[in-house]
Write a protein that binds this ligand. Structure first.
Ligand SMILES: *Cc1c(COP(=O)(O)O)cnc(C)c1O
Length: 368
């Protein structure tokens, strides 16, 4: 066997980086924790699944097409997006989930010595991609569970290229309204790229929530992320996109991997886009679930953070990783929040009443 000199080969930032450990498949978890079924409340998935039109598109997908490469630039989906949002098809870039477009943006703008700015308690993939690509992720603490605009502005230096804002924020559900976002963009004044991650856009009911896409006309340095994983129930097919000013999207396209978005995901996404009734049904389920959870959690004397989005964060009088394991034995899977820097907190996806009741029953059993 020949020797292997990994130590010399790996950059320090890779040696330091700790890989994310995905959870096991449901059948394995059911065996491991000895539960009968499993309510998945850990990933903010839509329990109603994809819209009817997307289900049909998936069912009718001709198997022989699996042999043929997909459209390399999601041609029809970008046309449909352009039509729906009154923009140009070339203002959209589709990726293998919004997760993939995060790395497109970072690769396009950052070089050695550059940094990105985001919050300490938010979706962690911005930070991760920056770090395992060798860039510094500068983390500004949330303030009252919200992204701290002034704190982020104060953190900017000559080597800052991108600021990532999750709007509404996963896991706190807080958001910047239109006025606040405008003030922030006016301060930046085109000098940096600002990414607005709108993964939960379709869930937001607040009147003063900004429409990121239309603001890209005024602020060409603004880049918007959206996904089909949450509201549209297509998480398993992996498809999301970014949108922005033509010149910015043209630049980002250079780092984009052609053929990373499969054909089935593309046809399902095209079909899903028109399904406004699905959004109405899902929102009403989320509203009902949130009301129920707030009432029950208050009864149990627990504090929680619940704003926009299909999730709620709950503070527990015990370790979140212990709570996770105990809830698993009851057949309820939640997200332990230590990894989001919220020890003793869990995040729960707002779902149908049966699952919400099962969660509350399980919680009552495991609370000390
Ligand atoms: C789920 C989520 C995403 C990732 O979506 P994919 O399209 O499934 O990769 C991006 N941002 C936030 C804030 C999310 O919660």
């Amino acid at each position: 066997m020949s020797p292997l000199c990994l130590d010399n080969l790996l950059p320090d930032y890779i040696k330091r980086f700790e890989a994310y450990i995905p959870s096991k498949p449901d059948p394995e978890l059911v065996k491991l924790y000895g539960c009968r079924q499993l309510y998945r409340l850990n990933n903010n998935e839509n329990p109603l699944g994809p819209p009817e039109a997307a289900r049909e598109a998936i069912a009718e997908f001709p198997a022989p097409r699996a042999a043929v490469y997909p459209s390399g630039d999601a041609y029809y989906l970008r046309q449909k997006l352009a039509e729906k949002f009154n923009m140009e098809p070339d203002q959209f870039l589709v990726g293998n989930g919004a997760n993939e477009v995060i790395s497109f943006v970072i690769k396009a703008f950052c070089e050695s010595g550059d940094n990105i700015i985001t919050a300490d308690k938010t979706f962690a993939v911005y930070e991760w991609v920056a770090e395992f690509s060798g860039f510094v992720a500068s983390l500004v603490p949330l303030k009252n569970y919200e992204f701290d605009d002034q704190g982020m502005l104060d953190r900017i230096d000559d080597r800052t290229k991108i600021l990532f804002i999750c709007n509404p924020n996963n896991p706190t559900g807080t958001y910047w309204n239109t006025g606040r976002l405008r003030r922030f963009m006016d301060e930046i004044n085109g000098s940096k790229i600002v990414v607005l991650d709108e993964a939960y856009f379709e869930f937001v009911e607040a009147e003063d929530y900004p429409n990121g896409l239309s603001l890209t006309r005024e602020y060409p340095n603004l880049v918007i992320f959206r996904t089909f994983s949450k509201m549209y129930g297509l998480a398993g097919l992996r498809i999301g996109y970014l949108a922005g000013d033509l010149s910015v999207v043209d630049a980002i396209r250079r780092t984009c991997i052609v053929y990373s978005v499969n054909s089935l995901a593309q046809v399902a996404a095209v079909a899903a886009l028109g399904a406004d009734d699905h959004i109405v049904r899902t929102r009403s389920m989320v509203r009902q679930g949130k009301e129920f959870l707030k009432r029950e959690l208050s009864r149990l004397g627990l504090t929680f953070v619940c704003h926009e989005g299909n999730f709620i964060m709950i503070k527990l009088p015990m370790s979140d990783t212990l709570a996770y394991r105990k809830l698993m034995t009851q057949g309820v899977m939640v997200r332990a929040m230590t990894s989001f820097r919220y020890p003793n907190h869990i995040r729960v996806t707002v779902s149908e009443m049966e699952a919400m009741q099962a969660f509350i029953d399980a919680l009552e059993k495991i609370l000390p």
